[in-house]
Design a protein around this ligand. Structure first.
Ligand code: PMP
Ligand code: GLN
Length: 372
């Protein structure tokens, strides 16, 4: 019999799905896959439910409900001063995942080159090195750069200076950027999220992606939104029409309500999440676990070198931790194509205090049983 697509058949199940399945099997505390314990705001869940009963449950417009596209444009103006035409520059997708796929399908052709970032450990390497490496990654065939800031899994928020360096490379090589900004409101302390789109010369080269899943703590809804000028958005819309065509209208309606919430809601997201991060970090510090800087997202990266057995990698370590400690973390090597680090794991902290405390208790009890 003929086989299915060879490239896709070559991939295993995603690490998030695999580790969440392992968590269920071992009734482990799950700090793996990035989803909040929070059930999401009642007013938005109510808006979605009411729309199912009272609203129009047939195909919505392919670009998305007008109310949501208008809300996305208004959100762009309110937080970033971007002037966006909701009719020609906004597309609603089924999650940021679909937005990314539509972006690739809509912009790329065989032979085009794409620049992707792997987590940058700026704490570990001199600042100039990543810049040299980044410049060297561009070639005349580079068509697209994919930037995720705030960055999963590194917890890094790119600074204006770093973005300016990238913008110059993009302009010089006549490239586009797909900016995955799903964690745009989840930044901590003095860190500020700056969309690459707001830098000089980037408005017509950049595609900005947001997700209701992160902004409203409802990861299962899968409502994403793209902002881009028409010359970029048109081919991407063609991809969308063949991938999903539309996204459930009740969820779009509720997300439009959400994007209209007052500033206090959006400004409260970072500080609330920072408290959970700090609770986890305090417990890890008490156990002597080194962590990387984390200025945004749901995630922090832990250095578990001291617990690795000879020849044990991060994947084997995470499996052992599920079985022996009842705690799920994500091996960082999952985020690399080549030369992955083997001593780092990712922990998710968008959780209730009780979940974080239970995770820390399990880790502490397990650590006490490890050879010195
Ligand atoms: N981009 C990043 C960086 C993510 O972490 C995730 C999922 N958490 C997504 C995209 C996918 O978002 P969505 O659930 O809206 O498809
Ligand atoms: N992006 C989420 C994470 O990093 C997982 C999403 C998924 O499971 N596909 O944990």
């Amino acid at each position: 019999m003929k086989a299915g697509n060879a490239t896709l058949s070559g991939y295993g199940t995603t690490i998030f799905e695999a580790m969440s399945a392992l968590a269920r099997e071992h009734t482990a505390v799950n700090l793996g896959q990035g989803f909040p314990d929070d059930r999401g705001r009642l007013d938005l869940r109510r808006a979605a439910a009411d729309y199912v009963i009272d609203g129009h449950n047939q195909y919505p417009p392919m670009m998305g409900l007008a109310a949501l596209r208008q809300a996305v444009a208004a959100h762009n103006r309110r937080f970033y001063g971007l002037d966006v035409d909701w009719q020609t520059e906004v597309l609603v997708t089924s999650g940021a995942t679909e937005a990314l796929l539509d972006g690739f399908l809509g912009l790329l052709e065989a032979g085009d080159e794409v620049v992707l970032f792997e987590p940058v450990y700026d704490t570990y390497v001199p600042v100039i090195r990543p810049r040299d490496e980044l410049a060297a990654a561009f070639s005349p065939r580079t068509k697209l750069v994919v930037l995720n800031s705030p960055m999963n899994p590194a917890g890094k928020v790119f600074s204006r200076d770093e973005l300016a360096f990238l913008a110059e490379l993009i302009a010089r090589h006549d490239a586009f950027a797909i900016c995955d900004e799903v964690y745009e409101h989840l930044v901590f302390g003095d860190a500020r999220h700056i969309p690459l789109m707001t830098l000089p010369g980037m408005r017509d080269r950049t595609l900005r992606i947001g997700s209701a899943g992160k902004t409203f703590s409802i990861t299962g809804w899968k409502v994403g939104y793209i902002t881009a000028q028409p010359h970029m958005l048109r081919p991407i819309t063609k991809a969308h029409q063949f991938v999903t065509f539309t996204t459930p209208p009740n969820l779009q309606h509720a997300v439009a309500v959400g994007l209209g919430l007052d500033d206090a809601y959006f400004q409260g997201l970072g500080p609330a999440l920072a408290r959970s991060r700090d609770r986890l970090l305090a417990g890890l510090a008490a156990l002597g676990v080194p962590v990387l800087t984390c200025d945004g997202t749901y995630f922090v990266v832990l250095d578990v070198s001291r617990w690795l057995r000879p020849d044990e990698d991060d994947i084997a370590f995470c499996r052992r931790l599920v079985i022996d400690a009842g705690l799920v973390l994500i091996p960082m090597s999952a985020f690399y194509e080549t030369a992955p680090p083997r001593h780092l794991v990712r922990a998710c902290f968008c959780k209730d205090d009780a979940t974080i405390d239970a995770a820390l208790q399990r880790l502490a009890a397990w650590a006490a049983r490890q050879p010195a």
